[in-house]
Design a protein around this ligand. Structure first.
Ligand code: NAD
Ligand code: ZN
Length: 346
């Protein structure tokens, strides 16, 4: 096996990434080494690329980016029993300690000592990536690599859409990036009565329609509040799924949520912001749900069920494919808003 590999690295504090030659990772006794087959760009990678306040507080360069991926197992540590060389796996990107109070009470997805692959340690924008064997999820050998790479991110959508009942309810999805449009598909599969969706990109609103939204609104040129109130007979929606992290979308979404409604929040604001907690949440009796990652491992079984039953088809979400070396163009495509999911092939 070669000693060095190509990798996209955050080499220093500040915007951008660099393509580097990096050593192929060494594995410990409980780890496995994957030859990366496909790896996709997450909204979180855009935060890291742009080096916003969140990224500057979290990332310690140098680090290889990338946490949505799949690959073939090429090496296993001495203590690994559940994974074999040759297996085709995706990865849960959150590495948890299995021992803290949260892990021990069924909440490993918010483990106190979570380390995220491609954020807190080297990730998958590289020819090889090392992960704990515990984090592997087996795929059928014939699953298309771009779909397998997307399972982790799809899990965010599944976790969000299934957090609170949506069957027969009116749902507003703010933000139709890849996670937003996948959330729309799951919400549809889960039996929502109607789905309203907003984004400032018309390209993404078209994708939202394809994935099952009934009404799409571009708040850059239309009045979201008026249109959703009109569509709901002045009542507003039962459930808000917030997938943008944009302060105006969060405020408008909460405004459009009926009293007693549920707001499920996944989008990460790039910095802290103010909103009217008293009138938008407290006095309306709203329940807020913060969504981090995927429930371990309930969400992964739901991912499998939704994909294998055909209830959700992820093909339309993947709009662009690039070689790893073309990462710059891949990020520009994703940032332009004129894309769904962008996948890199090392
Ligand atoms: P993305 O950046 O592609 O999607 C965000 C979308 O919001 C974009 O399409 C953007 O045009 C849209 N938007 C911006 N301003 C808006 C506004 N005012 N109204 C409506 N839409 C607006 O990212 P993504 O990959 O789809 O991820 C969505 C968000 O979720 C990101 O903030 C990402 O960091 C976050 N995320 C969180 C978790 C988690 O575990 N909580 C996991 C993955 C991603
Ligand atoms: Zn823990």
């Amino acid at each position: 096996m070669p000693l060095m590999m190509k990798a996209v690295v955050k080499t220093r504090a500040g915007p951008g990434f660099e393509l580097c030659e990096a050593p192929i990772p060494q594995i410990g006794p409980k780890d496995i080494l994957l030859r990366t087959r496909a790896t996709s760009i997450c909204g979180t990678d855009i935060h890291i690329y742009n080096w916003d306040t969140w990224a500057a507080n979290r990332i310690k360069p140098p680090v290889i980016i990338g946490h949505e991926f799949c690959g073939d197992v090429v090496e296993i540590g001495g203590l690994v029993t559940e994974v074999k060389v040759g297996d085709f796996v995706s990865a849960e990107s959150h590495i948890v300690d299995h021992t803290c109070d949260l892990c021990r009470t069924g909440m490993a997805h918010i483990c106190r000592n979570t380390q995220i692959i491609g954020i807190d340690r080297d990730g998958s924008f590289a020819e090889y990536v090392a992960i704990p064997a515990d984090n592997a999820w087996h795929n059928p050998p014939n699953m298309p690599p771009e779909i397998a790479a997307l399972e982790e991110n799809f899990g965010n959508a599944v976790h969000t859409a299934l957090e609170t009942p949506v069957v027969a309810r009116k749902v507003l999805v703010t933000g139709c990036g890849p996670v937003g449009v996948m959330t729309i598909a799951v919400t549809r599969a889960a039996g929502a009565r109607s789905i309203y969706a907003s984004d400032v990109s018309d390209y993404r609103l078209n994708l939202a329609k394809k994935m099952g939204a009934d009404l799409v609104v571009n708040p850059a040129r239309e009045n979201l509040t008026d249109l959703v109130l009109e569509a709901t007979g002045g009542e507003g929606v039962d459930v808000l799924l917030e997938m943008s992290g944009a302060p105006s979308a969060i405020r408008d979404g909460l405004k459009l949520l009926k009293s007693g409604g549920h707001a499920v929040l996944l989008g990460l604001p790039s910095k802290p912001f103010e909103f009217d907690l008293a009138n938008l949440v407290i006095m309306k009796g709203i329940t807020l749900h913060g969504i981090a990652g995927r429930k371990l491992w309930e969400t992964w079984y739901e991912i499998r069920g939704l994909l294998r039953s055909g209830a959700v088809n992820l093909e339309p979400v993947i709009t662009h494919r690039f070689k790893l070396e073309e990462f710059q163009q891949a990020f520009e495509t994703m940032i332009s808003g004129n894309s769904g999911k962008v996948v890199l092939f090392p």
